[in-house]
Design a protein around this ligand. Structure first.
Ligand code: AMP
Ligand code: FE
Ligand code: FE
Ligand code: ZN
Length: 292
């Protein structure tokens, strides 16, 4: 079984439409794929329709990656991504929070673009935001910088100009991690902390904060196998997950051509996937043959 529980589409900062993403998952021979766009469920219906019209295609897990703020190793706030699986999209408070996060994304990206434009870069906020879709992020600005010839690749844009804490970086008001975990659980979903040891992205979430959430009982799992994790960091996260009975996931964090990682580059064990589905009470996985 090939199970990839973290991918992005054009509904956030991936480059495949949800239907193209399902085609890519099918071509890669995946048995299960989760669509986890940033702060939106916008792509769910298109992905579901694609799965239902693809015999032999993957099972679809409807999910999201939520922008959160946790406690960093130095005690200061740090950005954390929380994967949320199989939650009820109509849960009012959670739907409102997603919408607030997307509005926050727009305001913040506009500020970043305006700062760059004021410094003479050939970028326009209205144009970039119009092209960005429902969940605007730095990769949309990165692509505009590639198109303007400022940098060669999206990755190059993140190396300096757009990096966290860099000259043009603007923070956004993300959801406190504890609030987010409770909200996802309340909506019947399974909250899983994403790439907690992705060191190249900047400062890290304090291990104590992970342990507090694990002891709290509402956290569902930890993303352990991720392209940005070293084997040592993955092992340390796996040990925490095992100690607290959390689901251990593995995933590619596929973003189409915005990143070099192919879909299915990391995968989740079938017993862990089954444990995740058993914890969920929001919406079921979608089977290609209409089976439940
Ligand atoms: P934002 O959500 O607007 O803060 O932008 C962060 C997003 O940028 C993350 O979801 C990553 O997928 C993406 N990202 C971060 N670093 C890189 C990189 N080096 N190359 C491509 N995408 C990146
Ligand atoms: Fe992303
Ligand atoms: Fe992420
Ligand atoms: Zn992601």
């Amino acid at each position: 079984m090939l199970i990839d529980l973290h991918t992005h589409s054009t509904s956030s900062d991936g480059t495949d439409t949800p239907a193209e993403l399902i085609a890519a998952a099918t071509a890669a021979g995946l048995d299960v794929v989760a669509l986890t766009d940033h702060d939106t469920t916008h792509g769910w219906d298109e992905a579901q329709a694609a799965v239902e019209s693809t015999p032999g295609g993957p099972i679809l897990v409807r999910g999201m990656e939520m922008s959160c703020q946790g406690r960093g190793e130095d005690g200061d706030p740090v950005t954390v991504h929380l994967l949320a699986y199989l939650f009820d999209p109509t849960h009012t408070a959670f739907a409102q929070e997603r919408s607030r996060l997307r509005a926050e994304r727009e305001v913040r990206l506009r500020r970043m673009i305006d700062l760059m434009a004021a410094d003479g870069y050939d970028v326009d906020a209205d144009t970039i935001l119009a092209a960005a879709g429902p969940s605007a992020g730095r990769p949309h600005l990165a692509r505009a910088l590639v198109a303007a010839g400022v940098v060669e690749t999206v990755n190059d844009a993140f190396a300096d100009l757009l990096k966290t804490g860099g000259k043009y970086y603007v923070e956004k008001a993300d959801t406190p991690l504890d609030v987010a975990v409770a909200m996802v659980a309340e909506a019947g979903g399974v909250p899983v902390i994403a790439h907690a040891r992705a060191r190249t992205r900047g400062r890290l979430l304090h291990t104590d904060h992970i342990l507090e959430l694990a002891r709290g009982g509402q956290l569902g799992g930890l993303e352990v196998d991720h392209p940005d994790h070293s084997p040592e960091d993955a092992d340390a996260l796996r040990a925490i997950a095992e100690r607290y009975g959390l689901v251990v996931t593995g995933s590619s964090d596929y973003h189409g051509t915005n990143k070099t990682t192919p879909i299915g580059a990391r995968t989740t064990a079938v017993d862990q996937f089954e444990k995740l589905v058993a914890k969920a009470a929001g919406v079921p996985p979608i089977h290609p043959d209409g089976r439940r």
